[in-house]
Design a protein around this ligand. Structure first.
Ligand SMILES: Cc1ncc(COP(=O)(O)O)c(C=O)c1O
Length: 393
């Protein structure tokens, strides 16, 4: 590469998202006619509900096609503040809300305005794979907190304590979680709250993008509810992609302390300007409608998650504590000394099964399987997995 075209230090280690890459590879092979069964999806297999689509079309026809406020559509921010206050029971004003290009950009913007070079971010593993990279893009250091699949990936408070330094700035929580589908139980949230009270400089990024996708009768425990005294230190990341099947619309939001939000708005105004104006009208229709559509999809995910989990546990060489939320299972697999990337490559080559290697999420003993596919695809995929485990035995 010519000297004057060298890439920045920041970009040298930057790699594309492995999950997006694997899904794209599986789709490309399928398009070529290769018999591929993909359990790698990270997105709903439903279409966006039609009333949401209609609202965006109406907005387009009504001429909502121009630049909008950098912070987001005012009505949408109001609706999010209303939801946070009345449903999540966290007092929220419009000035605490920023609309972003997906939950991902909410995380990006927050880290850019909070972190200084060499600050440290505590990331419990297994983690959603973009957290460490977005941390590094802000010049900060991801500090991984290990966990154990055998105890259901419980967050180890003792390990959290040992990883603290004077540079620790942020703790990331993700419940229900990707890739594990784990919901942090109430008692564990209480321990986390006590830990945070002992360390007043640490802020929290609470990624709640799967908040509605939980098993029948369960609720997602919100750190804000468990520890209202910590609200000013908690930043909530959420979005429309998962619950409303709106991945391509790119609408998320960040909720938190208004001074930090103000800076995140300034960053947005200097980078992406605003989120697509007519798409936000679709999101407004989604968040102000009754939850029937979500509930229909939820019933289907819950059924499929049950099938995926119980069938996985029947396979010799696979063990799993049943996930209770999101649409993933993250079982431990006996891979005969293969690392998870090699294992997933062999799975694609030998039995045409697409899965996401656990190392992408910081846990090489596991692989991520999705239940955002039909029951037939789940069953077919698990049959292929069983065959693969027989081959590599
Ligand atoms: C845990 C988690 N947080 C955030 C996101 C980002 O979602 P969005 O598509 O809204 O950017 C995802 C997407 O997969 C996710 O799994």
């Amino acid at each position: 590469m010519p000297q004057n075209q060298q890439i920045s230090k920041r970009a040298i280690s930057l790699k594309p998202s492995l999950t997006l890459e694997i899904s794209a590879k599986a789709k490309a092979l399928k398009a070529k006619g290769v018999d591929i069964c993909s359990l790698s999806a990270g997105e709903p297999d439903f279409e966006t509900p039609s009333f949401i689509v209609e609202a965006a079309i109406k907005a387009l026809k009504d001429g909502i096609t121009r630049y909008g406020p950098a912070a987001g559509d005012i009505e949408l921010r109001e609706a999010i503040a209303y939801k946070q206050t009345n449903i999540n029971k966290v007092d929220t004003d419009i000035k605490n809300v920023l609309i972003t290009n997906g939950g991902k950009q909410a995380i990006y913007n927050l880290m850019q305005v909070l972190l200084n070079p060499n600050d440290e971010v505590l990331i419990p593993a297994p983690y959603w794979l973009s957290y460490p990279t977005i941390t590094q893009l802000a010049g900060a250091k991801p500090i991984i907190i290990n966990s154990n699949p055998k105890n259901g990936f419980k967050i180890d408070i003792d390990e959290l304590e040992t990883k603290i330094t004077e540079r620790t700035r942020l703790l990331i929580l993700n419940s229900p979680g990707n890739p594990t589908g784990r919901i942090i139980p109430k008692l564990e949230m209480e321990y986390i709250a006590s830990f945070l009270r002992k360390h007043p400089k640490i802020l929290v990024l609470s990624d709640e993008i799967y908040e509605y996708l939980v098993d029948d009768g369960l609720i997602h425990y919100n750190l804000n509810n468990i520890a209202p005294d910590l609200t000013n230190r908690i930043f909530i990341v959420n979005g429309f992609a998962k619950a409303w099947a709106m991945t391509g619309w790119r609408i998320g939001y960040l909720v938190g302390n208004s001074e930090i939000i103000e800076k995140a708005i300034a960053l947005q105004s200097q980078s992406t300007s605003n989120v697509c104006s007519f798409a936000q009208k679709g999101a407004l229709a989604a968040i102000t409608a009754p939850k029937d559509y979500i509930n229909e999809m939820l019933t289907s995910y819950n059924k499929r998650r049950d099938i995926l989990s119980s069938e996985l546990n029947k396979i010799d060489g696979v063990s799993l504590i049943k996930p209770k939320g999101a649409f993933y299972a993250f079982p431990e697999i006996r891979k005969n000394n293969l690392d998870s990337i090699e294992f997933c490559k062999i799975a694609l080559d030998k039995v045409g099964l697409a899965m996401v290697p656990g190392s992408a999420f910081g846990e090489d003993n596991c692989v991520r399987l999705s239940c955002a596919v039909s029951i037939e695809t789940i069953k077919e995929g698990l049959e292929r997995l069983e065959n693969l485990l027989k081959i590599i035995k």
